[in-house]
Write a protein that binds this ligand. Structure first.
Ligand SMILES: C[S@@+](CC[C@H](N)C(=O)[O-])C[C@H]1O[C@@H](n2cnc3c(N)ncnc32)[C@H](O)[C@@H]1O
Length: 218
């Protein structure tokens, strides 16, 4: 936190920042209200999840990222997004953890309704593919958290990652219910831009997106 001396004190004073992520099976109780739980993996500076949470008090949101430093920026975005709607931050939490080990900190009792994966690292070299957050190894982990009928929404700028991910979702038994190669020209409603989405859009790179449903009975 050397370059952001404000980060540590701000994290420590943010009740919606949970420094200890080990609440397996208890995430619903961590919120003020019991209601659907949406999870953003690799939320980065957090604008996306903050704006969604401010718009949707009827849903609980958890933003997870490896780096607590970026979560300090996420906490700032949360304060701004909730100030804009004049609401207390009562349906949003951030916690730091390595998503490759997500089953250390969450399980089926956390019963997640939706997972967002936005602009994850494409890991282009074949030997690195296993580290992709959409790799089948990860999808198998997410299946253990998702409730039946739970969804994953995935956005990326990267053509190779997107093509491979379509196959990953199909091979892992998900049903793809929405797919676009140019999100901003599509009829998808309620899109919120992430920090990386703003950057790639400014470079005229089309945003690819898919929604996939996990229904273990189908
Ligand atoms: C390219 S950034 C995208 C950030 C944000 N979702 C956006 O669209 O602007 C990827 C983020 O994922 C996080 N990340 C990458 N691998 C991770 C992992 N294994 N566990 C947790 N976070 C991870 C990084 O720290 C970074 O903040």
């Amino acid at each position: 936190m050397r370059n952001k001396p404000w980060a540590k004190p701000e994290l420590e004073s943010s009740p919606f920042y949970i420094d200890d992520p080990f609440h397996k099976g208890e995430w619903h109780q961590m919120f003020e209200r019991t209601q659907p739980l949406y999870l953003e993996l690799g939320c980065g500076k957090g604008n996306f999840v903050a704006v969604h949470a401010a718009r949707h008090p009827e849903i609980n949101y958890l933003g997870m990222d490896l780096k607590s430093l970026v979560l300090a920026s996420a906490c700032r975005h949360a304060k701004a997004a909730f100030a804009a709607v004049d609401r207390p931050i009562d349906n949003l939490l951030f916690t730091p953890y390595d998503i490759e080990r997500i089953l250390d900190v969450m399980d089926e009792r956390d019963c997640v309704d939706k997972i967002y994966i936005n602009f994850c690292n494409p890991w282009p070299k074949e030997r690195q593919h296993k580290k992709r957050l959409t790799h089948p190894r990860q999808l198998e982990r997410y299946k253990k958290l998702l409730k039946p009928g739970g969804q994953i929404e995935f956005k990326t700028d990267d053509d190779g990652l997107f093509a491979d991910s379509i196959q990953y979702f199909k091979d892992s038994g998900f049903t793809i219910t929405f797919l676009t190669y140019d999100l901003h020209q599509s009829d998808f409603q309620d899109n919120v831009m992430t920090e990386h989405e703003e950057k790639f859009t400014a470079q005229n790179i089309p945003i690819k997106m898919l929604c996939a449903v996990w229904d273990q009975d189908s």
